[in-house]
Design a protein around this ligand. Structure first.
Ligand code: HEM
Length: 567
């Protein structure tokens, strides 16, 4: 019985796959010549995978991508699966155009995954006018002046969760004072810093954004978050969602394992309509169940937080200085404000967007500090002298090394390294620098047709030697204090000409918040602890599909470092 079931299962998979491949080939044939066909690019390795294995399955992110960019320039053609032509773009003018134009959108697969993970009223799910309205209501609470107002909450949260967490994570059974004694006996301890940073970032986000402690979020929620950080990445899931749907058919958990099947599935999935994805998202697979559970739990928590705050406001109690309290605006509703229900609906997005992003960026940052002990010492000296002078009134923006460090890790480790967009109508993409096609023609605009997949190559853009200098691939924070860093003529992105926070209408809502959060957490952690590479451990590396975290050879995510208490 079990055998015949598995044969049927295999047959269904085989027929399904063959039908999809046929459909894909038919679509390509009926659409005729692609206008980007004459754009130069690397030779394809196979008809089935094109260059996708070199793009997605490398040990280090960009093993091939950065060489292609050096050989073919900031705009080149890449072969996708089934010989599909994809456009890889790191030219700043083209990127600015694509990210600001309504002619390019997320793929239907991404949109469907967002609906699975977040409430329909959530900002990331909202489109068009509704998105503009939600942004207009949320933006003022993330302005420079408002974000400065969250500083005391962040500092308090960072002190509580930052240093204290190291103790808690080092040994759950010991109190802080016992662990201090432990550290005195054996001053250097090797540990995975990812859970530490995750707890610290979650603490700051929940205190400063939601106005509650991580304990208030509840055990169930914390379990979901801990699992997301130790095994999977929510961001990763949204990028390779078909891999997770497939885990249902293959009856096993794919973890972080991008493989050939997932890449093929994604190539096909990108072109399936949204309704197919919405139905597929109902499958009872392990990861989809987890995502659904995460969404329901965060909506429930969001509602509880908002109701608590509304009740306090009705009773005339003083409201906190957190983002949610400010968004409720003393309970006065106007057309410009979010309704309490809309505010509660943002909770899963706010927590995930504000938590995993900062965790990963800081993890790569501490790793670079461990690799560059001289810079680490200089940064610590700056932190100590500023904290001594400033007391609780620290002007983080006046710390040159701290800000240079943050810019450099955001430049080298953009959390979304390569983001797909699909052209929703025929258009022409302008370029900063003209390119020569394979027919010898020089063009300053690239025509693309409806349905064209475009890779917004953020990591490549941030390593373009023409923009960032010949040492663009190196971690060299001092480039930001020496004067010449970005050599481009065009301003791009909201911060330091970087695209790590994206650009255009979907620019990261919390980018100012993220910068302050990183400033506060780095001062707290680097001021009190030193970080070294452990001997004989796996070298953590950037993961091959998105720059979300380092991966240990065990398949788990993790960044092991030796930590020594300093003060
Ligand atoms: C280093 C930290 C961060 C990085 C690198 C980052 C990066 C990004 C990127 C690339 C996007 C665009 C995603 C897309 O459209 O595919 C985005 C969107 C977003 N981010 Fe961040 N983010 C960070 C921290 C934060 C924080 C702390 C918050 C907290 C409020 C936040 C809230 C959001 C929200 C709400 C969106 C959706 C915006 C919209 O769709 O209009 N992010 N972020």
């Amino acid at each position: 019985m079990g055998n015949s079931l598995s044969i049927n299962h295999g047959l269904v998979q085989g027929v399904g796959a063959a039908a999809l491949v046929l459909l894909f080939a038919l679509r390509k044939w009926t659409r005729g010549r692609n206008p980007i066909q004459d754009i130069a690019g690397p030779p394809s390795c196979s008809w089935i995978y094109g260059n996708m294995l070199q793009l997605m399955l490398t040990k280090q992110y960009g093993d091939y991508e950065f060489d292609w960019q050096r050989s073919y320039g900031a705009v080149y053609r890449l072969k996708g699966c089934f010989s599909e032509d994809r456009l890889m773009v790191s030219d700043p003018v083209a990127l600015q155009f694509i990210l600001n134009s309504a002619k390019f959108e997320h793929s239907p697969m991404f949109a469907s995954m967002m609906r699975l993970m977040h409430d329909r009223k959530s900002l990331i799910v909202a489109q068009g006018e509704n998105h503009r309205r939600l942004r207009a209501a949320l933006n003022p609470k993330f302005s420079a002046a408002c974000v400065r107002g969250y500083e005391p909450v962040m500092q308090r949260a960072a002190q509580e969760v930052g240093a204290a967490n190291i103790f808690v994570i080092l040994n759950n059974r010991c109190s802080a004072s016992q662990i201090t004694r432990e550290l005195e006996k054996s001053p250097t301890l090797a540990m995975d810093i990812l859970p530490l940073l995750s707890n610290a970032a979650l603490g700051v986000v929940s205190e400063a954004l939601l106005g509650c402690s991580t304990q208030d979020l509840g055990d169930e929620f914390m379990r979901i978050m801990a699992r997301a950080v130790s095994v999977k990445s929510f961001i990763f899931v949204t990028r390779l969602s078909l891999a997770y749907l497939m885990s249902f058919f293959r009856n096993r958990d794919l973890g972080l394992g991008v493989n050939e099947t997932a890449i093929l599935g994604n190539a096909i999935g990108t072109h399936l309509p949204e309704w197919v994805w919405d139905i597929a998202a109902l499958l009872p697979t392990g990861i989809l169940n987890e995502l659904r559970q995460g969404k329901h739990t965060s909506i429930k928590i969001g509602r509880q937080i908002v109701e608590r705050k509304m009740m306090a406001m009705r009773e005339g109690l003083e409201v906190d200085a957190d983002v949610y309290s400010r968004l409720l605006d003393g309970g006065h509703h106007s057309d410009k404000n979010l309704t309490p229900e809309e505010l509660a609906a943002q909770t899963s997005l706010i927590i995930i967007a504000g938590h995993e992003t900062t965790t990963n960026t800081l993890a790569f940052g501490l790793l670079e500090l461990a690799r560059n002990p001289i810079f680490q010492d200089s940064l610590r000296t700056e932190i100590h002298s500023t904290l001594t002078k400033g007391g609780s009134d620290v002007v983080y923006n006046n710390m040159p090394l701290l800000n240079a460090f943050i810019k450099e890790i955001l430049r080298l480790y953009p959390i979304l390294a390569n983001e797909e967009r699909i052209a929703v109508e025929d258009t022409v993409v302008p370029l900063a620098e003209s390119i020569v096609t394979t027919t010898g023609a020089r063009i300053s605009h690239v025509p693309v047709r409806k349905g064209q997949v475009v890779s917004v190559a953020i990591a490549s853009y941030q390593r373009l030697e023409s923009l960032w200098g010949p040492d663009a691939g190196e971690f060299r924070p001092l480039r930001w204090v020496e004067g010449v860093n970005y050599r481009g003529e065009y301003g791009i992105g909201p911060y330091a000409n970087l695209l790590t926070f994206f650009a255009g209408p979907r620019t990261c809502l919390g980018w100012r918040f993220a910068i302050l959060e990183m400033q506060v957490l780095i001062c707290e952690l680097v001021g009190k602890f030193s970080f070294e590479l452990p001997k004989g451990e796996d070298t953590p590396r950037m993961y091959g599909a998105t720059v979300v975290a380092s991966v240990l050879s065990s398949g788990e995510r993790g960044v092991p470092l030796c930590i020594k208490r300093i003060v």
